[in-house]
Design a protein around this ligand. Structure first.
Ligand code: UD1
Length: 418
C-alpha cells in the first residue's frame, strides 16, 4: 500500500486543471448499458472508483476499453443482470446500475451497496421510486432483487433531494412507457450532466438543475461520445489547499456557478477570489479568519464532500468556527487525526466546534475515507515539518494524480510504496 510523505509549509503557486467529475463519470458509466450501441466517455479520470465501475460493467458482459484518456463501452453482448457483492460493497455508486439494468433487462439483482464508511446511507428513496415505476422489489440473502414486466412512467415525489436516487430515477424512466414527473429532485451539476448525456443518446429529459424533472419515455437510445463536466470537488480541494498554504493558484475547468458557496466562504476567510468563465483564481496571504458557521446542504448549499477540507482550513485560522454536517452522520472521522497534529476541534454529534490554532505540526496520519483523506493531505501541506499519510486507497478512489498536481503547484509531496 502506498503512502504520501509531505514536508509542509510551502506556499502554492501556479495553475491546475480539474479532472472530469467522479460523480458524473460514475452515473454515465452506469448509463452506458441503457443502449447496445457504443458509448465513449472522454477525459475519464484515472481513479479506482472508475476501474471498479468498469469491472462491474465487464461482469455484466460488456466490453470496456480504456484508450488515451477515454473509455469506450460496448454492452451489445451484455446479458448478466446480477452485480457480484464483492464489487457492490466496494462501490456504492453501483446502486445506479439498478435503474440501468431495469431499463435494459427488466431485472436487476444487486448486493446492498458499500462505498465510504460515512454513515448509514440507506437506499429506501431509490427503491420506493422504482416501485412507483412498476418495479417489484424483494430482498434475498443480502441481495436486492428488482423485477418488472415493463417500466411505467409515474409521478414521483422525493422526500429528500438524494443525488443517487434522482439519477437512478432518470436511468429507470428514460425508456419507460409514458411520462415521469419527478418532484423534489436533487439539483447538483452532475445531474444536469447526466441529463445532457441522456439527451445526447436520444432521451427526452428536461428540468435537471431545478427540483422538477420531466422524462418522456422513448423507444430507443443510441450511442454517444461525451465529455463530462469537471470535478467541482477536486477543484474546491485545490482552492482550499491554497487557502491553507498561502500563495496564488488558478483552477481551470470549474466556474463560480458550481462552487458559489465555497467561494463565498473563502472570501469570508480573507482570501481574494477572481472568477472568469470556467476559471477561478485564489490568492491567500497572512493568517486567515475562521468562518463563523459552515453547514452542509444539498446543492447549491455547501457540499458535504468539501466539509472535511473546510474544517481543516478553519483549524489553521484565527477565531472559532461551527461546522454542521447535515448529510452524513459519521463524517468527522478524520478529526482525531487533525487533533494529533495540534488542531483544537470538538465533535458533538453532527457539529464540530473548531478553535483556530496558529499552526499544526507534522504527524503520521491514516486516511480513513476519501474526502477526509484529502483533508489530511491539506493539513500536512500546511503543517510545520514532515507528515506521512498512510493508506491511499481511499484517496485514489476520487483523485487522479493528487500528488503530481500538488507538486506542480510547489508542494513537497512524494508517493512511496510501503
Ligand atoms: C452523492 C455523491 C456523494 C455526495 C452525496 C451528497 C455520487 C457518486 N456520490 O452520494 O459524493 O457526498 O451525493 O452530495 O454522486 N438517503 C436516504 N435514502 C436514500 C438515499 C439517500 O436516506 O435512499 C440519505 C443519505 O443517507 C444521506 C442523504 O440522503 O443522508 C444524501 O444522500 P444522497 O444525495 O443520496 O448521496 P449519494 O447519492 O449516496
Amino acid at each position: 500500500m502506498d503512502k504520501f510523505i509531505i514536508d509542509g509549509g510551502r506556499r502554492l503557486y501556479g495553475s491546475v486543471r480539474a479532472q472530469s467529475a467522479k460523480n458524473s463519470v460514475l452515473p454515465l458509466l452506469a448509463a452506458s448499458v441503457l443502449t447496445d450501441k457504443r458509448v465513449t466517455i472522454r477525459e475519464t479520470p484515472c481513479i479506482s472508483d472508475v476501474s471498479c465501475m468498469a469491472q462491474i460493467l465487464r461482469e455484466l458482459g460488456a466490453e470496456v476499453c480504456f484508450h488515451d484518456d477515454a473509455v469506450t463501452i460496448d454492452s451489445s453482448n451484455a446479458t448478466e443482470h446480477t452485480i457480484p457483492s464483492a464489487l457492490t460493497r466496494e462501490l456504492r455508486s453501483s446502486v445506479f446500475m439498478l435503474g440501468s439494468l431495469l431499463t435494459r433487462f427488466h431485472r436487476a439483482v444487486i448486493a446492498y451497496p458499500g462505498g465510504c464508511d460515512i454513515g448509514l446511507r440507506p437506499i429506501d428513496l431509490h427503491l420506493n421510486a422504482l416501485k412507483r415505476l412498476g418495479v417489484s422489489i424483494r430482498e434475498r440473502d443480502g441481495y436486492v432483487v428488482c423485477e418488472c414486466d415493463r417500466l411505467r412512467g409515474a409521478e414521483i415525489q422525493l422526500d429528500f433531494p438524494s443525488v443517487g436516487a434522482t439519477e437512478n430515477i432518470l436511468l429507470a424512466a428514460v425508456k419507460a412507457e409514458g411520462r415521469t414527473v419527478l418532484a423534489g429532485a436533487a439539483k447538483e451539476p452532475e445531474i444536469v450532466d447526466l441529463q445532457s448525456f441522456l439527451c445526447a443518446m436520444g432521451a427526452k429529459v428536461r428540468g435537471a438543475g431545478s427540483d422538477l424533472i420531466e422524462i418522456e419515455g422513448v423507444k430507443e437510445l443510441g450511442g454517444v461520445e461525451y465529455e463530462p463536466v469537471k470535478d467541482r470537488i477536486e477543484a474546491g480541494t485545490f482552492l482550499i489547499a491554497c487557502a491553507v498554504c498561502g500563495g496564488e493558484v488558478e483552477v481551470e475547468g470549474v466556474g463560480a456557478q458550481d462552487l458559489g458557496i465555497l467561494l463565498h466562504k473563502l472570501r469570508e476567510n480573507g482570501c481574494k477570489i477572481h472568477t472568469k468563465n470556467d476559471k477561478i483564481e485564489i490568492s491567500s496571504y497572512g493568517r486567515l479568519k475562521c468562518n463563523r458557521r459552515i453547514e452542509t446542504m444539498p446543492f447549491p448549499g455547501f457540499p458535504t464532500d468539501l466539509q472535511a477540507q473546510a474544517t481543516t482550513l478553519n483549524a489553521f485560522c484565527e477565531g472559532g468556527a461551527l461546522i454542521v454536517e447535515n448529510l452524513f452522520e459519521t463524517r468527522f472521522k478524520y478529526v482525531p487525526e487533525l487533533k494529533r497534529m495540534g488542531a483544537d476541534i470538538e465533535v458533538r454529534g453532527r457539529n464540530a466546534f473548531v478553535r483556530g490554532v496558529s499552526g499544526l505540526h507534522g504527524a503520521v496520519l491514516t486516511a480513513g475515507d476519501l474526502r477526509g483523506g484529502a483533508a489530511l493531505v491539506l493539513a500536512a501541506l500546511g503543517a510545520e515539518g514532515v507528515s506521512e499519510v498512510l493508506d491511499l486507497s481511499h484517496i485514489d478512489r476520487g483523485y487522479d494524480d493528487l500528488q503530481g498536481k500538488l507538486k506542480k503547484l510547489g508542494a513537497e509531496i512524494k508517493r512511496v510504496r510501503v
